[in-house]
Design a protein around this ligand. Sequence first.
Ligand code: PLP
Length: 747
Amino acid sequence: MEIYLDANATTPVLPQAREAALAAMAEDFGNPSSIHSTGLKARALMDGVRARARRVLGASTGQLLFLSGATEGIQTAVLSALSALRERPQRPELLLYGATEHKAVPEAIKHWNALLGLNLQLLAIPVGRDGRHDLDWLRRHAPRAGLVCTMAANNETGVISDLDGIEAALAGSPALWMVDGVQALGKLPLRLAERRIDYAPFSGHKLYAPKGIGMLYVRAGAPFTPLLAGGGQEGALRSGTENMSGIAALGAVLAALEDGNTFRDAATLAAWRDRLAAALQQAFPGLVFNAPAELCLPTTLNFAVPGVSSKLLLDLFDAAEMRVSGGSACSASKAQPSYVLEAMGLPAWQTASALRLSFGPLMDAGFVDEACARIRVCGESLRASCLDPNAPGHALPAEGLSRLVVDGACCYVLADAASRRAVVIDPLPELTERLAQWLRCQDYALAAVLDTHSHGDHASSAAELLATLQAPHADVEALGWPRAAETIELGRLKLTRLALPGHTQDSTAYLLHEAEQLRLAFVGDTVMPGALGRSDFEQSAPQDFARSLRRLEQAVGPHALLLPGHDYDDRFATTLAVECAAQPLLGDLLGGRIDDAAFAAAKAELEQGLALTEYQTIACGARVDANGSRACSELSPAGLVQMAREQPQLVLVDVREPYEQRLGQAPELGTTVQREAVALSGLPNALTRWLALPAETPVVFFCRSGNRSAQAAQALRRLGHPQAWSLGGGLALWPRATAAADAAFAI
Ligand code: PLP
C-alpha cells in the first residue's frame, strides 16, 4: 500500500467528486451559456456550486469566479490591482509580497509590473524565525504600498499567517490586499467578506478536486481587469467555456466540507500530526522541526535530520512506499535549498535537509498507524547503514569499495569487513564528518588516508579526518603512505603505489590487487574520463607527463579499470583503451606515433588559455556517444519483461543504496534471472566483472526513478559492454497489481 504524504503538492480526487465530474461529462454535459434545457441544467449546477463556495469561504458579497487554478487566480488579481494602480493620480511606490509566498506570486507581480510599464519597486516582507510576517516592517512600509500579497498558510511549512494582524498593519494604507488561500481551503475559516481582503485565489487540486479548476474571490468594489476576454462567460470577468466537470467535482468537495461527515476535524488532525511527529522523532533522533507546530496547519510537518540530506531521506521514504516531498514540489527536482526556510533564517544545513510531510483531512486512523510503522522501519534502515549520525548504529560492516562525490571530486573508501580495516583515498573536507561517523559506526580502523596528489582545488582533509577519529599518530609520508611500507594490506586486498609525476610533481596512483591480481587503479587526475589532468599549474611536471602515462600503461595494461579523482559526468571509471579511442593525443602517445616532447608541446597548446571551468566542460564535452545516450539504453517495463523472457542469462542489478534496497520491492519479471544488488556508490566493485561477461549478456540496472540506473548503464556502455540497459522511469513506473487499491488509500 502506498502511503501518500504529499497532499500540499496535490491530492487524489474524492470518490464523490469523481462521480460528479463523470456525470457532468456524460449526462449533464451542457454549456451553461446555452439557453435550452441542457444548458440551463448546467447553469443551475454551476450556480449551486458557487453558492456553496460563498458559504464555505464566508464570501456572501463580492465576486466568486471559476477559473483554471490558483496561478490564474493570482495573475488575474495582480493584473487587476496593477492596472488600477496605473490609473491612480498618486502612484504608490511599493509592491509588497511575503518572503515565503509561492513563486507564482512574486513572478506574477514582476511580470505584470514590467508589462504594464509601472516599474514600481518590489519588496519582500520579511518573516521571522517562526515563518510569520514581520508586522512592524509591514506597518512601516504599508503607507507607500499599492499592493500587498500575503498567503493564508504556507505550502512548505504549514505556517498560518496572522491575517488579523496583517489587516491591522494595513490600516490607513491605500494598498490592495491579496491573500493566497490555496493551502487554507477547507482547513481554516477565512471569513473573506468580513475582512478587507480584495483578492483570494484558490485551487481545487489541493483539496480532493481535480487539477484545472480553481476559484478567485474579488471583494465588492475591488478593481478588476479580465485576464481572458472573449465570449463573456462568468459575467465577462473570465471568458472561456466553463470547466463544468471540474466545477461539478469541486462542488462535491465543497458539499463534503459543508455536511461535515467526510473530513476529519482540526483537533483529530492535530492529534494525528502529533503522532506522526513523535514517530519521526523516535525514528530519527536529533530531528528538528522547521516551524512551530502551534502556528501550523495540523496537516503539515516540515523537518530536518542533521547530517542527512533531503535527497537521501526522500529516496529512503520512497523505498518504503511513502511519498513525501523535499522542500516544495516544484523545486524538489532541482534539489535547491528551500527559499522559504532560508527566508525564516534557518541555518544552511536545515534548509538543505528539509523534508515535508503533508496530508489531507480525509486521512484515517489506520493510515496513521501504517505511516508511523513505516517511519520506524525507515529509521531502522538508516541506522543499519550507519547513515544517521545522531543514532548509534548496529550496522553490518560494509565491504569493498564505495565512492563519494562532491561537485565532481571523488573520494573512495576501501573496506575489508574481515579485518575491519579501511583506507580512504582523496578525502574531501565536506565529507569529514560523514566519513568519521561511518567508520566509527562500523568499527573500522583506518589503515591509511591517502591522497593521489596535493590537490590544487582543495586542501587534503586527511589530518582533519584522522583528528576527528582520534586515530593514533602514524608515521606517514606527505601523501599519507605509511613510511617505509611496500604495500598496505587489507585482508585479501593489497595496495601498492606508482609515482606518476605530471599533473603535479607528486601525483601517485594506487594499484589495488586482490589475490595477487590487479583489480583496479586509483589514478587521481592523471587520467579522467574524457580528459587528462592539466599540467600547467605551478606544481605540475609537464615534461614528465608522457613518461608517467607510459609507465601507467606498463603497470596496468590497456583494460584495467582506472578510478579518477574527478568525474564531472558520472562515468565512474575508464580504461586506457577507452581513453585512447576518445583522446587522439593519448592514443598517439601510447600508440608510439608521437614522442614525449611532441606530446608535451601539444598538451601545452591544448591547455593554453583554458579556464578551469572550460576545462571541466571539455572533460564532460566529448561525453555521450550514440550508444551512450540515455534513450538508447532505456528499457520500458514491457521491454524488460520481454528481454528477460528471450534472454534468460540477463543480469538484473538494483543500484539503489542499501538503506533503500532493504525496504523496497524489486520488479517481478515472471521468469528467473540472476539478480544482484550493487549500490551506485559501489559500482566500481562490479564493473570489471560485468565487462568480462559475454558481449551479448544483458545487464539491466534499476533504481527508484531511472536516473541512477541510467548513469550505471551509460558507464558500463562507455567502458565497452554494449548490452547495458536501464529501466526507464525506474520502480516508480513499474506496473503494480494493486495500483487501484492503493489509490483508495492515497490520501
Ligand atoms: N499558491 C500556493 C500556496 C500553492 O501551494 C500553490 C500550489 O502549489 C499555488 C499557489 C499554485 O496553484 P495551482 O497549481 O493551482 O496553479
